[in-house]
Design a protein around this ligand. Structure first.
Ligand SMILES: [Zn+2]
Length: 342
């Protein structure tokens, strides 16, 4: 039940196939402890998809048996690229390929359709905010963190004093496209990894599923001739299978994850010298891996992060919790923060 103030916020995480919704009360307690998904219809264009977001709000409220009048604000997150104000990229995006979406102001559209304030974040930033909130709770405002989430790309965000850093143009926290030194990360003769953004040797070119498919796996297959993943498995499928091989301590897979851990460590080394965060979060598929492998990976990231002695004492390394719910929950946290602190 909602707290004594009686109001709640709803968080909605918009994905390529489904929206997940959650409800957060005024005191900061989540009233839904599982996924609450309905189809997102993003491929059918804005009209149907914005209605699906409204339906997702209603679906979440239905689960906790609350009327729309109990809601003070709604938090929304979508995959990027989008501005901090929730205007989708004018050049389209993987999930928003339909030209009707290009430059579309999804935040305002939902706000209008709902008649309620809508607070927007991209999905990486929402997950980063949720991880921060889970770690620090009521003291979130006194702490900082950085979250790197390894998925198809490399998402995440930077949280300072409990707030996601948006930036002047809304482009802060694009951690995947931070260039990192490749010296000592690549093997002798290993080609410089290329990123979809056009750069060579940024974090995403190594620490992402796309990086495995396009850069790491093709190289390492030349070093492990006869490996099963090189025997006619389509590259996209093979890239996704590398994690399971890693769990089984396959040598090729461990080389790939070692390079990913090194890339994240180098990113965190930059973060240490930039915002000196209290917690370094790692998220993504690796969070859902077998515990022994997940812990090995997090340990390797930590070892590759160069911190000063004082920082090593003060900092924590942790996993982004409840990854499948992190977007909706982080969006709800952002909406509640906006109501309480403006
Ligand atoms: Zn890039």
């Amino acid at each position: 039940m909602p707290g004594q103030d009686g109001w709640v916020v709803v968080g909605v995480d918009n994905g390529g196939t489904a929206n997940n919704g959650t409800v957060l009360d005024a005191e900061g307690h989540f009233l839904i402890d599982r996924m609450a998904e309905i189809p997102s219809y993003v491929r059918e264009g804005p009209d149907k998809a914005v209605q699906a977001l409204v339906d997702s709000v209603e679906h979440a409220l239905g689960i906790v048996d609350l009327p729309r009048s109990a809601v003070r604000a709604v938090g929304l997150d979508t995959p990027g690229p989008a501005t901090a104000a929730g205007v989708l990229s004018s050049r389209g995006a993987t999930n928003f390929a339909n030209p009707e979406w290009w430059g579309y102001d999804i935040r305002s559209a939902l706000e209008e359709r709902l008649g309620l304030p809508v607070v927007y974040n991209n999905d990486g930033n929402a997950a980063a905010l949720y991880a921060h909130h889970t770690q620090y709770g009521a003291e979130s405002g006194q702490h900082s963190s950085v979250a790197a989430i390894v998925g198809t790309g490399l998402g995440g965000g930077v949280v300072e004093a409990g707030r996601v850093i948006g930036g002047a143009a809304g482009m802060a926290g694009e951690l995947g496209h931070v260039p990192i030194p490749m010296d000592g990360l690549l093997e002798h003769g290993q080609p410089l990894p290329a990123c979809n953004c056009g750069q060579l040797g940024d974090v995403e070119s190594v620490a992402s599923l796309t990086g495995i498919e396009k850069n790491l796996l093709p190289y390492w297959l030349t070093r492990f001739e006869g490996h099963e993943l090189g025997q006619g498995v389509p590259p996209g499928k093979a890239a996704k299978m590398v994690r399971r091989y890693g769990e089984d301590a396959d040598k090729l897979a461990l080389k790939i994850f070692e390079q990913q851990a090194m890339a994240l460590g180098r990113l965190f080394t930059i973060a240490a010298n930039f915002t000196d965060p209290g917690t370094y979060f790692v998220g993504g598929g690796v969070v859902e891996a077998a515990p022994h492998f997940r812990d090995w990976f997090l340990g390797r990231v930590r070892e590759h992060s160069t911190l000063r002695a004082e920082q090593a004492q003060a900092a924590r390394f942790a996993l982004v919790p409840d990854l499948d719910m992190a977007g909706a929950r982080g969006s709800a946290v952002a909406a509640r923060d906006w109501l309480l602190h403006g």
